[in-house]
Design a binder for this molecule. Structure first.
Ligand code: GLN
Length: 220
């Protein structure tokens, strides 16, 4: 069964998610309007710029339809800006930025930006046998999770071989990042601070597509 999975196509790295979803035997479709949202079995919220996407969600009148589908149990996966949008509370964002409350969590926007703009490292990820390469680009981290939220991954406490850091000259203490929560799941909603769509490793997308298939099979 080939589920139809929407990619919120207002701004951000939409094309990379399209490729990853197709490679996982799902049917990706763009979502820009409420009618398009109605027809999908699940939705990806891409990386990009969360405050810009938030504004566009209002302009395209997608905010309330999207909140309603999430409340009704639609599976969703957000990477980076998508994680920020799925949070119930966002720190260090614009006062008028909207969030979707798909996951009971507090996310700090641009959290790693205080010490490094971007970095790559291998992570242990719950449910995956081998470490996952994670690419962080002005990424958020998760500062609080509610009781129903499962932590899937954290930044390693000791840097792994092959870690690549694009250091900011005004860098603070890199240890501030160690142990931070960077991937979570609540029911069928998954969020990562990093971008699985850019590495060619399909395991996170596969996990999401499997959960969409389960939701369709359950008649959700
Ligand atoms: N810093 C961006 C934001 O606030 C997220 C970056 C990303 O998606 N790579 O939305």
């Amino acid at each position: 069964m080939r589920p139809t999975i929407g990619v919120l196509a207002l701004q951000g790295d939409v094309r990379e998610h399209f490729h990853a979803l197709s490679a996982c035997d799902a049917e990706p479709v763009s979502v820009r309007r409420a009618a398009e949202l109605d027809s999908v079995d699940g939705l990806v919220l891409p990386g990009g710029e969360s405050t810009a996407i938030s504004k566009l969600l209002e302009i395209f009148e997608l905010l309330e339809p999207l909140r309603a589908r999430l409340r009704a149990g639609m599976p969703a996966f957000g990477s980076c800006a998508g994680m920020i949008l799925l949070a119930s509370e966002v720190l260090d964002t614009r006062p008028d930025a909207q969030s979707l409350s798909g996951i009971d969590m507090t996310v700090r926007r641009n959290a790693f930006g205080r010490q490094v703009h971007s970095f790559e490292t291998d992570l242990d990820f719950a449910g995956l046998d081998d470490p996952l390469r994670a690419v962080f680009i002005r990424a958020p981290w998760v500062e609080r999770v509610g009781p129903d939220v499962e932590v899937l991954a954290r930044v390693p406490h000791t840097p792994r071989p092959g870690t690549v850091v694009d250091a900011d000259p005004s860098a603070g203490d890199p240890q501030e990042a160690a142990g931070r929560v960077v991937a979570v799941r609540q029911g069928r909603v998954i969020a990562t601070s990093f971008h699985p769509e850019v590495t060619g490793d399909l395991r996170v997308h596969r996990m999401f597509v499997d959960s969409v298939r389960e939701s369709v099979a359950a008649g959700a």
